[in-house]
Design a protein around this ligand. Structure first.
Ligand code: HEM
Length: 166
């Protein structure tokens, strides 16, 4: 039996529980490991540059905005995660490794229930992101609107809804 996702009352979001500081520390800690990973490191260094300089502050700020939206916090994120993964050469094995490192970082920075919820969220997003990655192109015909739960950007909501169907 899988543990339920962490439920929050109205106004009590996962973002408000985790907080900006811990979210930032999580993301910087996670990518510090990603760039050192033999499988993922070359892709990220090539795309974003040498860590922690070059494009990293911008990349992590985007990721923070993305996760703020997903976790129910205030966010100006309006990116498109799917197409961002379509020309990286990433395959299933890359997503496996990404999630393994994500789990380690979550366990290090968050409480167990929060870590579990964010791991499940990323596992669900993987379904869509990997589809984009393997197709090499944005997937035609994916629903673009109407799926986002209140408070989420369409893109972030799309990934959660997509995952929940599987
Ligand atoms: C479930 C797993 C993953 C999640 C949730 C995720 C999430 C994201 C998000 C939200 C962005 C920002 C997109 C934007 O608005 O620009 C991003 C960018 C990026 N991701 Fe992922 N990602 C995942 C897996 C991977 C994997 C497996 C790889 C590579 C092997 C990867 C490589 C990248 C790169 C290189 C960028 C930056 C693209 C650019 O700006 O040029 N991601 N990711």
């Amino acid at each position: 039996m899988t543990a339920p996702l962490l439920l929050t009352a109205e106004g009590d979001t996962l973002f408000s529980r985790i907080g900006e500081d811990r979210l930032r520390a999580l993301l910087w800690g996670f990518y510090a490991q990603v760039v050192r990973d033999e499988l993922l490191g070359p892709i990220f260094r090539q795309r974003v540059g040498p860590f922690p300089g070059a494009g990293w502050p911008v990349h992590i700020a985007r990721l923070e905005g993305f996760w703020r939206a997903v976790l129910g916090g205030p966010s100006a994120y309006r990116g498109q995660p799917g197409p961002a993964h379509s020309n990286l050469g990433a395959q299933a094995v890359h997503f496996d490794r990404w999630l393994a490192l994500w789990q380690v970082a979550l366990d290090e920075h968050l409480d167990p229930a929060e870590a579990h919820t964010m791991l499940v969220m990323a596992s669900r997003m993987r379904v869509s992101l990997q589809r984009f990655a393997l197709a090499g192109l944005p997937t035609a015909g994916l629903p673009k609107a109407g799926l986002a739960p209140a408070g989420l950007s369409t893109e972030a909501g799309l990934f959660i809804e997509e995952g929940e169907k599987s």
